[in-house]
Ligand binder design. Structure first.
Ligand SMILES: Cc1ncc(COP(=O)(O)O)c(C=O)c1O
Length: 384
């Protein structure tokens, strides 16, 4: 029997998943591990959304839907972006997919020819390089530093543009850094895309988790060349429900749906209905988001102060639910340091190796305050 494809052999497994699995394995063996590895809210979804899923089943909304998503959900997405972002899409400019992850994959497959380059600021979410490569493209990363708060300098983005550049990707608030890009930076990057006739892909999964300053909907600047990627996972605490959406020019959305129609067809029908309710019941959802945002903000303040106190330099992020801690006081090699944190302090973190953050690790504070405090005591003891 012949072997596996070169494509799949070249594909890297997610290091976040790998370190999360390591932490869970240790936990299963009876060790009390504080796992700060996973990228998902620790809150249950809001009650009205849970009710809506039951209602969808009772109403028999359990059949295939249109591949691009129900008209009702796409209308709810259109209304959300008018209401919250002053962005004006029509329903044929919206595609509903199985998570933001599938929206991004559809986009890379629809946009990239072999060798086409996508510029991505580093540190970045680990699925970007994997998906770009699967689509035959090449990721060109642009470094940022802790001193800059991990916000990319648009001049460095400009310097990375070549005749093969097809798109620039921005992710604000960012996974893994928590950086929130100021409006001026986003406008400068959008203008670069315009000047060089490039696509702009904006990953806005963490829109509702901004603690200082404001979220900038970058699609406002040049909507005709921007794909907005969003979803229900983070801001609505619906990770396992697998609903994401893309908004952009109709020909791109249609091309992405052509691929989706042959690969998965529609996202889960019950979750589509529940997401529609999450978006349309504006007040109840906003109250949930305000409550979770306040909890994340308090945890962020405690974890950043605590890590700096115990001797791991950690810049203050302004969004998402991650911090980037400098692990070099533990070991110059971030993987060695992360393994020591797990095995000796029983705290699970994701080393920065795979997202181009040498010396650093990502810690998620989407866990209880008690767990954060326990983790800080243990890390302090390790360093002492
Ligand atoms: C930056 C970023 N983009 C996209 C996603 C995709 O999320 P989902 O597929 O659950 O919508 C994630 C999830 O971790 C993320 O962190």
């Amino acid at each position: 029997m012949s072997g596996l494809s070169q494509r799949i052999q070249a594909l890297k497994a997610s290091s976040t998943v790998a370190f999360n699995a390591k932490a869970l394995e240790l936990k299963r063996s009876g060790v009390d591990v504080v796992a700060m590895t996973a990228g998902e809210p620790d809150f249950q979804p809001p009650q009205h959304v849970l009710e809506a899923a039951h209602e969808a089943i009772r109403k028999g909304l359990t059949k295939y839907t249109a591949s691009e998503g129900t008209r009702e959900l796409r209308d709810a997405i259109v209304a959300k972006h008018v209401r919250e972002n002053d962005l004006h899409y029509t329903a044929d400019q919206v595609l509903v997919s199985t998570g933001g992850k599938q929206v991004l994959y559809n986009a890379f497959m629809a946009l990239l020819d072999p060798g086409d380059e996508v510029i991505v600021p580093a540190p970045y979410w680990v699925s970007y390089p994997a998906q770009i490569e699967l689509a035959g493209g090449v990721m060109v990363s642009v470094p940022t530093s802790a001193e800059e708060g991990f916000v990319v300098d648009p001049e460095r983005v400009a310097a990375a543009i070549t005749p093969r550049t097809k798109a620039i990707l921005v992710n604000s608030p960012s996974n893994p850094t928590g950086a929130v890009y100021p409006e001026g930076v986003l406008r400068a990057i959008a203008d670069l895309a315009e000047r060089h006739d490039l696509w702009l892909i904006t990953d806005e999964l963490y829109e509702h988790m901004v603690y200082d300053g404001a979220f900038t909907p970058v699609a406002r600047f040049h909507p005709e060349r921007t794909l907005l990627v969003h979803g229900a996972s983070k801001g609505y605490a619906l990770t396992g429900w697998r609903i994401g959406w893309g908004c952009g020019p109709a020909p791109l959305i249609k091309a992405m749906n052509k691929l989706q129609g042959q690969v998965t067809s529609n996202a889960n029908a019950i979750a589509q209905y529940a997401t529609q309710v999450a978006l349309n019941e504006v007040e109840a959802t906003a109250a949930f988001q305000a409550m979770t945002r306040q909890a994340y903000r308090e945890r962020r303040d405690v974890i950043v102060a605590g890590l700096n106190d115990v001797g791991l330099p950690t810049p203050m992020p302004h969004g998402a639910f991650y911090v980037m801690a400098d692990l070099r006081p533990i070991d110059p090699d971030e993987t060695v340091a992360a393994i020591r944190l797990l095995e000796e302090a029983h705290v699970g973190v994701v080393p920065g190796t795979d997202f181009e953050a040498p010396g650093y690790a990502r810690l998620s504070y989407a866990c209880s305050m008690e767990q954060i405090e326990t983790a800080l005591v243990r890390i302090g003891a390790l360093l002492a």
